[in-house]
Design a protein around this ligand. Sequence first.
Ligand SMILES: [Zn+2]
Length: 482
Amino acid sequence: MGDLWALVLAFAYVGAVVAVGEGAHRLGLSRPVARKVIHVGVGLWIIGTVLLFESRYLAAVPALVSVAANYVIHRRRLLGSVAAEAENLGTVWFPVSFALLVLFAWDEPAALVGGVLAMTVGDALASTVGLRWGRRQYATLGGRTKSLEGSLAMFGATLLTTLATLWVVAPPLPPAAQAGLAVLAAVAAACAESVGIKGRDNLWVPLGTGLLLWAGLRLFPHLLPGLGAGAALSAAIGLLAWWKRSLSPSGTLGAILTGTPLFGLGGWAGGLALVAFFVSGSALSHLFRDRKAPVEADFAKTGTRDLGQALANGGVAAAAAVGYAVSGDPAWMGAVLGGIAAASADTWATELGVLSRTAPRMVTTFREVPPGTSGAVSLTGTLAGLGGAALVGLVAALADPVWWRLMPWVAAAGIAGAFADSLLGATVQAVYWCPRCGKETERTLHGCGSTTRLHRGLPAVSNDLVNLAATLVGAAAGFLAV
Ligand SMILES: [Zn+2]
């Protein structure tokens, strides 16, 4: 009986919120504000849902009905207050995510409420702040324009709503874990929102945030203090690197995705090893700019790293950090450091190898080739690579002395990875030919503006894929050596 009254109340409440928003719009309230009133008002129904319903299936009914109703309203443009471009299905994705969270996360009310409030309060505040105070704009992966100020508002609002939700629901969790979970959820919500695919924010923000809250409460409560600190640290470093133009906005996302598990699960050794690789690589790319400029025009990578490069360089190590947290086996730490050492060795070899006074040679044929050729090696580059790998091992050992014994293996794993990188670069990596300049390049569009054609290798094997494979070799070598 209680659930039937809850159903009646649900339809009455949602109908009243929509009527108020639509009525105010017809009386002159602007569409964005009216839409936001409805968005926030309907989203707050999650609190009524959790308090009034017994059955998760009946609790999902109003949302499921809204999916169908909103689709018809959207297509026929029945309500002026929520009308949007045809491809913006935000009003349909909103109840879809609401229903999915109710069905999936019903046994963790904090996850359910936190996820929906991230979308309801966070998203509304982010777009308001972005429109009013957004100065530092960026292009999202979904081809929209968002602002850093809006993303920070999303972070702040989700942090506060999650902390408040956890305080009210009071799951059995120590304060440090609650704080860690709130930071993790807020970073996740800001990242999901920053991807910026039209209307889909209403799907990915609540689902991503809610499922992360559910998993944190259910699966890894003991890891939350570390992961929260890892998310905060990597977000801060990522934003600093964006400001310094070492990372593109998508590269900042990549830094958070790889840095959070490395700091949170790999400890200071894993986290600082990543920072050592990243800071040294960025510094080296700024050094000797004039001497490297003519060669760098041919490389796929530029000084500013994007999401693909961040994942290619740090993804394997981040996955190994998860393995380390799950198993506690030091071999996984060998894989973490081996993967980062391979990325570092390759970066150092590339950045400093171009300064070699003698011509480099192809790793497969030992034929002399021009500097910067994919698959070319030189003594200068190899020594630089060894330095880059040794730095990673050294920083990890200084961060946590138990890893001193790993240092030679980390250096060796890094060199193995860099060698794999050269070997793949010489054989399967896609290398293009610029007809105007008459030379090899990793770019499909050459620095001169001319389009290039495939010269050797396989078209699907990009520079990022080769880097990923090289870090996998480094991680495997590190894993086996320990
Ligand atoms: Zn050219």
